[in-house]
Design a protein around this ligand. Structure first.
Ligand SMILES: [Zn+2]
Length: 460
């Protein structure tokens, strides 16, 4: 049996290469783009996949890629079905507002690495990869295969994993390091809804109001242009709306701008939705029709109260809601909502209730629906992952429920495991995203022991 000292020595020697690999991946701006041949989510996403697989190969793993959608690296032998899967993703959300550092040129400063994807999810993927590399270097015998699966469409439509599952057998059990420690064994259901209604021809005339690129991002800044003169701009600048609002005259009309706090739709309460703020500002200025209805039914609420869909259950907590996108065009207002629903919620009934509350003038369409997912906290998987976490960190482990949908739900018995530690700031989808380098190194150790506990022949 390999000793803890030997394992630690190998891990130490891999820390630098791990950081270099992360830098190389952060340098690839793998935001979703238009498809290109062999690159279903655009060339940068494909480039990130190729780069990751190239590094996996150089570390001695058998690699395979699924038509540019996703790829995997294998450690050890055994059937695909019984492999221990580690599921992560190499795509990132768009840069968004508020960066003070280059998003795609990693900056190491004050013990952190900054860059889009450092914490979500390139950092955790790289930590898992080097955990596998350590076990390979140490020659520790395994009783099952360990498979690192890397997707490239997690932040958008999950088409990568859908395709992967079509062309390759998905392991039954595993974890996804794409959320929080200790372990997340319950993931809420997810609904992405599009609300469409007519742009009112009465009241304040909204000329343009198009904000947000992703339903799962809390928008940090919203701008709208309304019909009006300098007096209106002055009035807006002199009014306290309860949030930062400024107005300026432009040739098109009065440009209104409001600033919120960007964040992740799975935890909308940690951000401040700039679209919600703008809806309330426009309502206060006299907007009618759909804009007014959206201001009344949603506004700054992230629990669905006024939309009549506030629900919660003991295991998974409350429903959360985020307006990620709004578009005013062709006489229509379209808003995209991201809902994270407790596991006991009937998603179809929820949509009906929202539709009933909004009335006939606004149409509710379901864009995506992901059923909730739960794994027993007494399962061997959860127990061993928590052990690895406790041994490495000295902290107490427990199983949690979250609103974020991770790739864990693509596995029959899958949980989210890491990579954010309790009390650390959530940097996913934020400006100046970073990962703490000491946390990354801790991840490397936790993943190493997690893999050993779940896949090694001997008991670690
Ligand atoms: Zn992620």
């Amino acid at each position: 049996m390999v000793t803890r000292e030997e394992i630690e020595k190998t891990l130490l020697s891999l820390e630098e290469p791990m950081l270099e690999t992360l830098k190389a991946l952060v340098r690839i701006p793998s935001v979703k783009e238009e498809p290109a041949p062999g690159a279903p989510f655009g060339r940068p996403a494909r480039q990130a996949l190729d780069k990751a697989l190239e590094i996996c190969e150089s570390l001695g793993f058998d690699c395979w890629q699924a038509d540019g959608y996703a790829g995997h690296a294998d450690l050890g032998e055994g059937s695909d079905r019984d492999a221990l899967a580690i599921l992560g993703h190499l795509d990132v959300v768009p840069v968004g507002d508020g960066w003070t550092l280059p998003p795609f040129e990693p900056t190491v400063r004050d013990g952190r690495m900054y860059g889009r994807g450092t914490s979500d999810d390139k950092g955790p993927v790289v930590a898992a990869l080097y955990a596998m590399a350590a076990i390979r270097q140490l020659g520790i015998p395994l009783k099952r295969k360990v498979r690192l699966i890397m997707g490239t469409d997690e932040e958008s439509g999950w088409e990568d994993i859908a395709h992967y599952q079509k062309v390759c057998e998905m392991p039954r059990q595993g974890f996804s390091p794409d959320a929080d420690y200790p372990v997340i064994n319950i993931e809420k259901g997810m609904l992405c809804l599009e609300l469409t209604g007519k742009l009112a021809q009465t009241g304040l005339k909204v000329l343009s109001f198009s904000v947000g690129e992703r339903h799962n991002v809390v928008p940090g800044i919203a701008e709208a242009v309304v019909e009006g003169d300098a007096a209106l701009a002055d009035r807006i600048n002199g009014t306290d709306f309860g949030c930062p609002v400024t107005a300026a005259m432009t040739p098109q009309g009065v440009l209104i701008r409001t600033e919120g706090i960007p964040g992740h739709a799975a935890m909308p309460e940690l951000g401040r939705n700039a679209i919600g703020q703008m809806l309330l500002v426009l309502k206060k200025l006299g907007a009618e029709g759909t804009i007014r209805t959206l201001a009344d039914a949603i506004g700054m609420e992230y629990d669905g109260s006024s939309l009549g869909i506030r629900v919660s259950d003991e295991a998974s907590g409350p429903l959360t809601l985020n307006i990620g996108i709004i578009r005013v065009e062709d006489g229509l207002v379209r808003a995209t909502l991201d809902l994270r629903c407790p596991i006991l919620t009937d998603l179809d009934a929820l949509v009906k209730r929202a539709q009933g509350m909004l009335g006939g003038d606004i149409r509710v369409d379901v864009i995506t629906k992901k059923e909730p997912h739960a794994v027993s906290e007494k399962s061997e998987l959860v127990v061993q992952l928590l052990r690895a976490y406790e041994e490495v960190t000295g902290l107490t482990g427990r199983a949690l429920a979250i609103g974020g949908g991770t790739y864990a739900k693509c596995l029959e018995e899958g949980v989210a495991f890491g990579a954010l530690f309790p009390g650390e700031k959530e940097m996913a989808h934020q400006a100046d995203e970073y990962i703490s380098i000491s946390d990354l190194k801790k991840n490397l150790r936790i993943f190493t022991y997690a893999i050993l506990k779940l896949a090694a022949k001997e008991a670690y």
